[in-house]
Design a protein around this ligand. Sequence first.
Ligand SMILES: [Zn+2]
Length: 123
Amino acid sequence: MAQQSMRGMRLGSESFESARGVTLSPRNTHLYRCAKEHVSEMIFADEAEVPTAWPCKSCSLEAALLDTDGNQAFATELPKAPRTHFEMLLERRSREELEEILTERLDELKARRKRGQADATNN
Ligand SMILES: [Zn+2]
């Protein structure tokens, strides 16, 4: 009967907001690592099929499932971490060249500042 099936729900008598009295289903923690070496912890139900890849919690790159030794559990091909502007700069110029350019620019700035033309004085 419809009335009987409604009786089971004791509305208001028990809060579902706290975990008290709630039995959690068995679950397992799994670790994933992305190309930037971030490790994300994910919890899955015991009976769930664990995905071999998951988005990194830190950078949202795809991260690969790790085994208990911290190695990739499967041969998951991870997308490369996008290069930063600095890394791209280092591909075009050596550190010595960059140091040279920096020194040059700083000298130029100092000279301009002495003449009262530096941008910084406009602030
Ligand atoms: Zn990451």
